[in-house]
Design a binder for this molecule. Sequence first.
Ligand code: PLP
Length: 471
Amino acid sequence: MTSPMSTTDSKNDAIARRDLRHVWHPCTQMQDHETLPIIPIRRGEGVWLEDFDGKRYLDAVSSWWVNLFGHANPRINTALKEQLDSLEHVILAGFTHEPIVELSERLVALAPEGLTRCFYGDNGSAATEIALKMSLHFWRNSGKPEKTRFICLENGYHGETLGSLSVTDIPLFSATYAPLLKEHLRAPSPDCSRREPGETWENHSRRQFEAMEKLLQQHHHEVAAVIVEPLVQGAAGMKMYHPVYLTLLRQACDHYGVHLIADEIAVGFGRTGTMFACEQAGITPHFLCLSKGLTGGYLPMSVVMTTDAIYAAFYDRYETLKGFLHSHSYTGNALAARAALASLDIFASDNVIEKNRELARAMAEALAPLHDHPNVLEVRQTGMIAAVELVKDKTSREPFDWRERRGLQIFEHALANGVLLRPIGNVVYFVPPYVITPDEIRFMVQTAIAAIDVAMSATASSSAHDNLYIP
Ligand SMILES: *Cc1c(COP(=O)(O)O)cnc(C)c1O
């Protein structure tokens, strides 16, 4: 099959053809690419990506939520080039280097009070696995080996590896692998899009907490930790809730002797309007998982931060076998640490959190016209994350059939008009780099609205992909 763009033999097409011969793309039904062109990107600058035919795309999803300060950021580039000439990587067991020492110091200074120990991994899934293992191992080291279960949230997402997938509640990603996964306990989501008419976010989140409290009450003796995505359940479609849920959760975890794991892999580093989402609830979790924005979107790296008390439970003579003998080859990579330091420098010098408030306001203003759209169930926003949930019928809340793939149609229309969106099912969301300008925000949102209008008016049968299945 030929792609719609292959009528002229462009450079894009030549690379895309080579790509499809050997590259198996992530989170993709590869058959989609019989009709959907792969876009080869030649260069990036700020919020813009440019393909080999010179067409530009505004990266409204920060390349899967990782980029903070734009592509090819001059300050991060300079820091990396300098690092490259002195040390690219060294084993972190028995050895160390300045970037990782300084990064740990700075993360401890920035994170909620009491998180003083940093354990590094090389991707987000590894971080959640590390936190789960550390929690269980802490209880074993502390004479409570029966605490081996975890409580997670409905709609939660914590990664793709088997341990992290076990505490993930997105059947599209996990159902097939059920025979490989361990069963854990699931509490209802605090997702405020389900609140009763007239109910506040706070009241809804409080009400949803009651079921979590019951689970803790019944199972605390066998539960090691509760794992949640603070404030925004990203992969489920940017489902949002009130910070009071986290405040109540931390209190209950203390009461019942259970750890709290805050997976801030997506929401950390300013996404929700504060450096870390937990700040809005005034809490310190027992484990804080960070990745994605950690290196400004440059290199894979993750970290699990925890307390001195937890660290102390592993600290003993070797023969006790209480040590945390977990490792990844690229743990503490020097280039990644240097990129992370350069990104933290930008936070420190450019007043980023403050300035993002204006950008968040510009997003809200640009999205305002959608509140009355007949197919928009809800426009929701937490800081620099905004989402639009589309439905077939606003009054009955009837969703579109997922087989119609309205989100994919929106993706295609927006892409043709220069904006990279990647809707999750029927949720269109915006997670742009923080270097976006108010004008670019208006362009991004207006392009999305036009794409939504086209996709909403299309009849179900006119979809070219109605038998296909991607998230
Ligand atoms: C992306 C994500 C992960 C997994 O990170 P990877 O680097 O993709 O393995 C885990 N938790 C949350 C909340 C995420 O958004």
